[in-house]
Design a protein around this ligand. Structure first.
Ligand code: ADP
Length: 371
């Protein structure tokens, strides 16, 4: 597991935080730190503990172990008994279940967290926030008179109004239909960037995490598996779980030799710092492969999924292993036809030993499976 070492300038940090609900270990030894202005996407399958992490940060749950800080300020530490209640933590929340209040206008919704502010300042702030999300002209509407995207922007304005030091977003776009979701998330990302607000963004959607996050933290069964830039977690996953989480993936058998890797799809001139003969698994994504029709080929097309821009073929290799191969949409091969699978990644492939990535060598690899 990787965890982020704590830096002096971190706005938010969790240090080995654990939380159980009875027998369920929802969050285990979880460490993560956010730099000022960073958007961190926390991603993982449903039930892996993402919302619990947000609730712990917001102060809606108490950790069993570990420490949570905002900068140098410790807000939760069961060891010393420190506990700062949610309303004192200055976090902005935009949770799925925190929908807008239906009986309040847009302006009243945004003013909700500002009730202790003097009236004049409050009105000025509401106006400022509505202008920020381009909704000043709808201040007197009610939520049911707004589109889904407009409602999201009001919810964001409401979360930002009290000037939080950290913004926590939990699946904020899950109720929007796909077309609108893309547009709203671009707008919101742009806005968060512009404001430079430190944000922890929870989603179960891997594409959304790669799009939204300056860094992406991948969670699995209560634990942090890896944290890194979108490119790092996608191209250099540290565990099999992370590799498989970001889309169709196959692991083909490989054997280390002094010159490179022997695989069932041919030879890869990629050095692996392991003893000769070590058996590894090589991570192969659909765009690392191509198929060529070949009656003597040893691959069999067992499934074909037309995805518009391309076809995704599922090809059975002689070992019985199935690989996914992306192919341009114009090239259409029938089911059960025989093909030659060519491994042509154009970049180094990750190797795994006992489920963990072992190597990364800068070599351009090209190989083809013997027919
Ligand atoms: P995610 O947000 O990744 O879907 P959650 O943090 O909501 O996951 O849940 C993590 C685990 O903790 C799940 O197994 C869930 O059922 C359990 N859990 C969450 N909240 C509670 C609760 N209040 N009581 C009991 N179990 C809970």
């Amino acid at each position: 597991m990787t965890s982020t070492p704590r830096n002096q300038g971190d706005v938010l940090s969790l240090e080995k935080v654990s939380k159980a609900y009875g027998p369920v270990q929802a969050v285990v030894d979880f460490s993560l730190a956010l730099a000022p202005g960073e958007i961190m996407a926390l991603v993982g399958p449903s039930g892996c503990g993402k919302s619990t992490v947000l609730r712990l940060i917001a102060g809606l749950e108490r950790p069993d172990r570990g420490r949570i800080r905002f900068g140098e300020w410790v807000v939760a530490d069961p060891n010393t008994g420190v506990w700062v209640p949610p309303e004192k933590r200055r976090v902005g929340l935009m949770f799925q279940e925190y929908a807008l209040f239906p009986h309040m206008t847009v302006a009243q919704n945004v003013a909700f967290g500002l009730m202790k502010w003097p009236r004049e300042e409050r009105e000025k702030r509401v106006q400022e926030m509505l202008e920020l999300v381009h909704l000043a002209h709808l201040a007197h509407r009610y939520p049911h008179e707004l589109s889904g995207g407009e409602q999201q922007r009001v919810a964001l304005a409401r979360a930002l109004a009290p000037n939080p030091q950290v913004l926590l977003l939990d699946e904020p776009f899950s109720n929007l239909d796909p077309g609108l979701r893309e547009q709203v998330r671009s707008e919101i990302r742009e806005l968060l960037r512009r404001l430079g607000i430190t944000t922890l963004f929870v989603t179960h959607d891997q594409e959304e995490a790669l799009f939204m996050g300056d860094r992406v933290a991948v969670m699995h069964a209560g634990r942090l598996e890896q944290v890194g830039t979108p490119e790092e977690v996608f191209h250099r996953p540290e565990t099999r779980f992370v590799a498989e989480f970001f889309g169709p993936t196959a692991f083909i058998a490989g054997r280390v030799t002094v010159r490179g890797l022997e695989t069932e799809l041919g030879f890869l001139p990629q050095r692996v710092p392991l003893p000769e003969g070590t058996r590894v698994e090589v991570l192969v994504r659909p765009d690392d492969l191509r198929v060529e029709p070949d009656e003597a080929g040893s691959g069999h097309i067992v499934q074909r999924v037309f995805q518009g821009m391309h076809h995704l073929y599922h090809v059975r290799l002689p070992s019985g292993r199935i690989v996914h191969v992306m192919s341009e949409h114009a090239a259409s091969y029938p089911l059960q036809s025989r093909v030659r699978v060519v491994l042509d990644p154009g970049h180094d492939l990750s190797c795994f030993l006992e489920g963990r990535r072992v190597v990364e060598e800068p070599a351009v690899a090209t190989a083809s499976m013997p027919a």
